[in-house]
Write a protein that binds this ligand. Structure first.
Ligand SMILES: [Zn+2]
Length: 269
């Protein structure tokens, strides 16, 4: 499932392409993906201009001149494609939005959704999310306080969107590896200096992943060299049995609460 760096990459690239552009058409292939009848959705969107593309946690928010917001969550299997009618992918899109000669295709939205909401509804939907891991106001001290509210294992707290918004399975394992801490380590057992290390590792890993374009496999548009640039940089996630890039020990693939967990027992404690 796309996490903060993947959605931030989409946000950056779409902001350059959509902001200030008017919506010229909408095509709905799957009505369950949206939150109202297709005709009402089209009525509100067509002619409406995108003012800004924002991100909160794993959501992308398309702000519209009318004040409404298109709230996107890709969940598992969702991805976006920006192109023309000629270079579209050989896949069905659940929703397509036209902006002049270009189209934004929303693919794989079976579990994911694209909801058209008022500003207040959008705020309400996002109100329970924890802080952004890269928020400049988040300090090592406030991070420690957030984690201490949880008594379970690190992985559980890191992927809990009410604790922090935007981290999922992959980056939780990656930042634990970076910090030299086992993802199944119990939070109460962490020493203060380990908590501080985890905070700095979280920011370092997420910043690096954003910089490299995250791990989405499909480019956003033809010639896109940013999206997916982090794919080969995951050090433990989905690398069970491979040697740890830091110490050479074989990476363990484990399961916790029906989630995959990857770590190295050679250099994580
Ligand atoms: Zn190792």
């Amino acid at each position: 499932m796309p996490e903060l760096p993947e959605m931030e990459t989409y946000r950056r690239l779409l902001q350059q392409r959509l902001a200030g552009q008017a919506n010229t058409g909408v095509s709905i292939q799957r009505e369950k993906t949206i939150n109202m009848p297709a005709a009402a959705f089209e009525d509100q969107l067509i002619g409406n201009t995108f003012t800004a593309i924002e991100r909160r946690g794993k959501h992308v928010l398309f702000r519209l001149q009318s004040g409404s917001v298109l709230l996107l969550h890709l969940m598992l299997g969702g991805f976006l494609y920006w192109g023309t009618e000629e270079d579209k992918l050989e896949r069905t899109a659940q929703v397509t939005i036209s902006v002049g000669s270009h189209l934004l295709y929303f693919h794989g939205l079976r579990l994911g959704y694209l909801h058209l909401l008022s500003r207040e509804e959008a705020e309400h939907r996002l109100a329970a999310l924890g802080p952004e891991p890269l928020d400049p106001l988040l300090t090592a001290e406030s991070f420690a306080r957030l984690m201490q509210k949880k008594r379970g294992v690190l992985k559980a707290a890191l992927v809990d969107q009410h604790v922090l918004a935007g981290i999922g399975n992959c980056y939780a394992d990656e930042l634990c590896h970076h910090a030299g801490l086992l993802p199944l380590r119990r939070i109460p057992s962490l020493r203060p200096e380990e908590g501080t290390k985890l905070f700095h590792s979280m920011q370092a890993v997420l910043r690096d992943a954003v910089e490299r374009g995250g791990y989405m496999e499909t480019p956003l548009f033809r010639g896109d060299r940013l999206t997916g640039g982090y794919n080969d940089h995951c050090r433990v996630y989905d690398r069970g049995g491979e040697p740890c890039p830091r110490c050479g020990h074989a990476i363990t693939r484990d399961e916790w609460s029906s989630r995959k967990v990857f770590y190295c027992t050679g250099c994580q404690q």
